[in-house]
Design a protein around this ligand. Structure first.
Ligand SMILES: NC(=O)c1ccc[n+]([C@@H]2O[C@H](COP(=O)([O-])OP(=O)(O)OC[C@H]3O[C@@H](n4cnc5c(N)ncnc54)[C@H](O)[C@@H]3O)[C@@H](O)[C@H]2O)c1
Length: 322
């Protein structure tokens, strides 16, 4: 069993990944500054792991302590970032600091500490204004937000560190991830936690635009599976992969599915569209299938059922406060 680091491990995806790595028997260090992450995401599993688990509350821009934390580490899963398009448009400098400077700091510390591989979180937002569907790794448009730019630079730094220093890096372009522990209360919350919790309370969801915009919604277990494959697959250093389900669902269809699962008939309220949002997004996942042996085994419907069950059994998380 190996020692692994998860940056952003107190966040939604990172905490699910860290918990899974511990379950597999690895030692796990979570590094997080708790800017959007929460200590409660670590409770119920981390405290039972004894000396196999460590939480370091720190910023990934602190390269020296990071170097120490990376000593003897096999793989760094780098997920720490400010993960919101809207926030990046309001405050591009904060996104630059966390997502671009932070990634450079993580890669530098990993190189210096002799880490075997870094698996970094990228995003479907990097496809920007490219109208082609499905999104293919080799066809990109112009960025529509500082967040998208930060992920383009993340990927470029990953490739460069492999070319210059031989540090093995893999970038995973996630497509709209959802699952337990995703915060429905953030002003910038993703649609599934927001819609699910509102519908559970019999309240109407708010849709920005006409609801015909579509996404490739991906249950978090599929993303964890992709991270595990990316950590160990041969001949993938310096590569980037789409990680989605390869299926397109509009927001109106999503609300229909949730209504069906909950036996409700709530109609959404429509508001003007938001800047920086792409109209349609669906992944071509054939490259990840071929090179990572990645298969999205959990469907949208099964994932939605898991999420509804989770918010039902975690009512404190499910109360929408705004
Ligand atoms: N959720 C999605 O649908 C999605 C889609 C595409 C890409 N991603 C990427 O996946 C990663 C995880 O996203 P998430 O949805 O779990 O978001 P999240 O906000 O729940 O997790 C991000 C974590 O990073 C931490 N963090 C932020 N800046 C930091 C810093 N400077 N130093 C240390 N820790 C810091 C936060 O406190 C938080 O715990 C991000 O890189 C995000 O851009 C997510």
């Amino acid at each position: 069993m190996e020692k692994m680091v998860v940056t952003g491990g107190a966040g939604f995806i990172g905490s699910n990944l860290a918990e899974h790595l511990l379950d597999m028997g690895h030692s796990v260090v979570v590094i997080d500054n708790l800017s959007t992450g929460r200590k409660t995401n670590l409770s119920g599993w981390a405290e039972n792991a004894g000396s196999r688990f460590q939480f370091l509350q720190m910023d990934i821009n602190e390269t020296d302590p990071l170097r120490q934390a990376f000593s003897g580490v096999h793989c760094v899963f780098h997920l720490a970032a400010i993960p919101s398009v809207a926030r990046s448009i309001e405050n591009p400098a904060a996104t630059q600091k966390a997502n671009i400077n932070g990634t450079l700091s993580v890669l530098t510390a990993a190189r210096d500490a002799g880490v075997k591989r870094v698996v970094a979180a990228s995003s479907s937002s990097i496809y920007g204004d490219d109208p082609n569907l499905p999104k293919r790794e080799d066809r990109m448009g112009r960025c529509l937000s500082p967040y998208a730019l930060s992920k383009v630079v993340t990927e470029e730094y990953c490739r460069l560190f492999y070319r210059l220093y031989g540090l093995e890096t893999v970038a995973l372009r996630y497509f709209n991830v959802f699952g337990p522990r995703q915060d429905p209360n953030s002003h910038y919350a993703a649609v599934i936690p927001r819609f699910s919790t509102l519908l559970l309370e019999s309240r109407s969801p708010v849709v920005f635009g006409d609801g015909e915009q579509s996404r490739d919604f991906t249950f978090v277990a599929n993303v964890i599976n992709a991270n595990l494959k990316a950590a160990s697959a041969p001949n993938v250093a310096g590569e980037a992969f789409n990680i989605g389900c390869g299926a397109q669902t509009s927001l109106n269809q999503l609300i229909d599915k949730l209504n069906k699962l909950l036996d409700r008939q709530l109609k959404p309220k429509y508001e003007p569209p938001r800047k920086g949002d792409v109209r349609h997004s669906v992944a071509d996942i054939s490259k990840a299938g071929k090179m990572l042996d990645y298969v999205p085994s959990i469907s949208l419907e099964t994932g939605l059922q898991h999420v509804l069950d989770w918010y039902r059994t975690h009512p404190a998380e499910a109360i929408i406060t705004s």
